[in-house]
Design a binder for this molecule. Structure first.
Ligand SMILES: NC(=O)C1=CN([C@@H]2O[C@H](COP(=O)(O)OP(=O)(O)OC[C@H]3O[C@@H](n4cnc5c(N)ncnc54)[C@H](OP(=O)(O)O)[C@@H]3O)[C@@H](O)[C@H]2O)C=CC1
Ligand SMILES: O=C/C=C/c1ccc(O)c(O)c1
Ligand SMILES: [Zn+2]
Ligand SMILES: [Zn+2]
Length: 365
């Protein structure tokens, strides 16, 4: 445990209970350890997982909780053993900030699958303190979990790549779904889904968006570059598209039937679950047996894959489609995200929100 003398005071915006409402919160983080990077947060994206966590959808939330795991910031200090980063670098931090480094996933550099992974918030660090995320002035993070933001990417643009971007890139790569010409479906056109369209198109796939409404059709086709658009309640269009897709990236964050989507897959097609859903999903076995289809899942991506997707986006000229907001708007942004009213990711301008000054002027929390 760090002594009081070695603590650093930070201001974040925290949820105090399962209403998920965020408000200013002053707390302490560790002083710079030998392999630590001190990051002044510039921007932080709002992922639907932040709602799941802040509102205790999974039943394991601890408060006060400062969410945020699509973090881009500037390095303001480094520990003496840090070799990966220097003061002044623009860097990113994602969902994971610690792992055991000894297990099979850690040795294979897929540390997101380490059973001793440490989450960037709603977890406990090795020093016994709660971890707190990126809706905060500062984060102190082990260099292993900090990635460099390459030149050519604006920091606010890079933020959604650190969760949404790598979350779609990783399964496409892992499941061998990168060859040009594949036919992919993106189910749910939100923060993760819109990056799915962009990444899959950049890989040369024919991309069908499968959405709950027609509201996003024009934009999906004209701006995101989707090739086709299916409204999931349109039974005739769904039937016409049967047996046509090599994979579906499923980003829906609530319970939904799988069978209408399994029917869209070709022989050996893969349904990749990404949404965090705390209730059982069901299907009858012939739906997978008769086409040797797979239902699988994937969890974010590794640090290496985060670096790869950042480079991939620079090389392919990909950007995320974002709405930049100030911290004072974060509760409205969370509400709008929950009611499916964002195109397609909110990014909070943390550094531009003066949260430390505002907290100093307000009564202490
Ligand atoms: N596996 C992993 O590693 C990761 C998982 N996640 C999870 O993926 C899911 C999606 O995250 P994200 O893209 O940020 O979420 P968004 O809210 O931005 O997007 C979800 C999309 O799903 C569709 N949808 C269908 N029904 C609903 C509903 N009742 N409420 C809201 N959306 C609905 C909407 O698309 P449309 O309008 O087209 O129907 C919506 O845009 C979440 O559960 C999140 O926790 C996120 C990141 C990493
Ligand atoms: O947004 C990133 C985290 C996703 C996530 C996936 C699975 C799970 O059980 C979570 O709690 C979070
Ligand atoms: Zn996320
Ligand atoms: Zn491990």
């Amino acid at each position: 445990m760090g002594s009081l003398a070695s603590e650093r005071t930070v201001v974040g915006w925290a949820a105090r209970d399962a209403t998920g409402h965020l408000s200013p919160y002053t707390y302490t983080v560790r002083q710079t350890g030998s392999e630590d990077v001190v990051v002044k947060v510039l921007y932080c994206g709002i992922c639907h997982t932040d709602i799941h966590q802040a509102k205790n959808h999974l039943g394991a939330s601890k408060y006060p909780m400062v969410p945020g795991h699509e973090v881009v910031g500037e390095v303001v200090e480094v520990g003496p053993e840090v070799t990966k980063h220097s003061v002044g670098d623009v860097v990113g931090v994602g969902v994971i900030v610690g792992c055991c480094r000894e297990c099979r996933p850690c040795k294979a550099n897929i540390e997101q699958y380490c059973n001793k992974r440490i989450w960037s918030y709603n977890d406990v660090y090795t020093d016994g303190r709660p971890t707190q995320g990126g809706f905060a002035s500062t984060m102190v993070v082990d260099q292993k979990f900090v990635v460099k933001i390459p030149a050519g990417l604006a920091p606010e643009q890079a933020a959604p790549l650190l969760c949404a971007g790598v979350t779609v890139y990783s399964p496409l790569k892992h499941f061998g779904l990168t060859a040009p010409g594949l036919r992919g479906g993106i189910l749910g056109l939100g923060g993760v889904g819109h990056m799915g369209v962009k990444v899959a198109k950049a890989m040369g796939h024919h991309v069908t968006v499968i959405s709950s409404s027609s509201k996003k059709q024009a934009e999906a086709m004209d701006h995101l570059g989707a090739d086709a658009y299916l409204v999931s309640s349109d039974a005739d269009a769904m039937a016409a598209a049967a047996d046509s897709l090599d994979y579906i990236i499923d980003t829906v964050p609530v319970h939904h039937p799988l069978e209408p989507y399994l029917a869209l897959l070709k022989l050996d097609g893969k349904h990749v679950l990404l949404g965090v859903i705390g209730e059982p999903l069901s299907f009858v076995s012939p739906m997978v047996m008769l086409g040797r289809k797979s239902i699988t899942g994937s969890f974010i991506g590794s640090v290496n894959e985060a670096e790869e997707v950042l480079k991939f986006c620079v090389d392919k000229g990909l950007t995320s489609q974002i709405e930049v907001v100030k911290m004072g708007y974060v509760n409205e942004a969370l509400e709008r995200l929950e009611r499916n009213d964002v195109r397609y990711r909110f990014v909070v301008d943390v550094a531009g929100s003066n949260i430390e000054e505002a907290a100093a002027e307000a009564p202490s929390s």
